[in-house]
Write a protein that binds this ligand. Structure first.
Ligand SMILES: Cc1cc2nc3c(=O)[nH]c(=O)nc-3n(C[C@H](O)[C@H](O)[C@H](O)COP(=O)(O)O)c2cc1C
Length: 275
């Protein structure tokens, strides 16, 4: 790529970030919501007939409850023990990142455990599961209404999928779970139209921060991943890539204190290069 093209691409990225509500200079512009067009569904329907209910009783789950302790302990984990994760732990994590607590109005919006611009909640959560008690290894989709998951596929090459989907970050394939977050674009565009897109990525951040904190509370670990091959993930999960596309991921798993040095090895280059 030549210098000119690099400069243009940088400018495109910055221009996108500068786009804020009402800044496009067209006072007559109206979004589909303002035009009273039909609202899209709040969530995606189940894609398979293989739906599994998740436990909602978190009484007695072993979890840190002191908020400052959780915040101070939070860090990224890229080394996992390979020990199993319980179904209750997975259920707790899914609840903490996308659980539906309430419906606003008759069916205007879902109110969830994370905030979201206009309560549009345009995200769908997919999970690659390996070694979670009571579940077959495979690819699943979270159904937040009713707090269920559905099994989509049982690929034989799950580890290869995880490594490739995260642009070669193969350490992630030792996690018990890899969360993949897609955006159903029109759910936000209906309300915010041409101004929707910057907000989508800010909202994505709320999900993974809740996930980091929930993992920390449970004594588990994970790492947010921006380097995701969205196109490949869309293909494998059966998403169209146009109206819905995977943009963000987070592997997570059981961790232990003894692996602290291995975690630090990921940043050995800082010392080696005298940074
Ligand atoms: C949006 C986002 C994208 C990230 N992408 C990656 C990634 O692709 N690979 C990776 O190893 N870490 C990734 N991380 C983790 C960061 O490297 C990590 O948060 C940072 O080094 C600070 O460490 P800490 O989370 O332990 O405080 C990402 C974090 C965020 C928030």
């Amino acid at each position: 790529m030549d210098e000119k093209m690099i400069k243009e691409k940088i400018e495109t990225g910055r221009a996108w970030l500068r786009t804020g509500y009402g800044k496009e200079g067209d006072p007559d512009y109206q979004t589909d919501q303002q035009l009273k067009k039909k609202q899209p569904p709040l969530v995606k329907e189940a894609m398979s007939g293989n739906v599994i209910g998740l436990p909602m009783d978190f009484e007695g789950i072993e979890a840190e409850t002191d908020f400052l302790t959780i915040v101070n302990r939070r860090s990224s984990h890229r080394v996992y023990t390979g020990k199993p994760m319980s179904l209750k732990q997975l259920s707790y994590l899914l609840w903490c990142i996308q659980g539906v607590k309430e419906i606003r109005g008759k069916s205007y919006a879902t109110l969830r455990t994370v905030p979201c611009g206009g309560a549009r909640h345009p995200f769908e959560t997919y999970v690659a599961i390996q070694n979670v008690e009571g579940l077959k290894d495979g690819l699943y989709h979270y159904l937040p209404m009713g707090h269920k998951i559905e099994l989509l596929k049982e690929p034989a090459d799950l580890k290869d999928f995880i490594g490739t989907s995260l642009m070669g970050q193969v350490w992630a394939n030792k996690g018990n779970v890899v969360f993949y977050f897609s955006i159903v674009f029109y759910r936000s565009e209906w309300r915010y139209g041409i101004y929707a897109h910057r907000g989508l990525m800010t909202d994505a951040g709320h999900i993974t921060e809740n996930l980091y904190l929930a993992l920390t509370a449970l004594g588990l670990g994970g790492c947010a991943i921006g380097a995701v091959d969205g196109k490949y993930c869309d293909q494998v999960f059966g998403l169209d890539g146009e109206e819905e596309s995977i943009v963000y991921a987070m592997p997570a798993g059981t961790v232990c204190e003894e692996d602290k040095q291995k975690e630090q090895d990921f940043y050995a280059f800082v010392k080696e290069q005298g940074l």
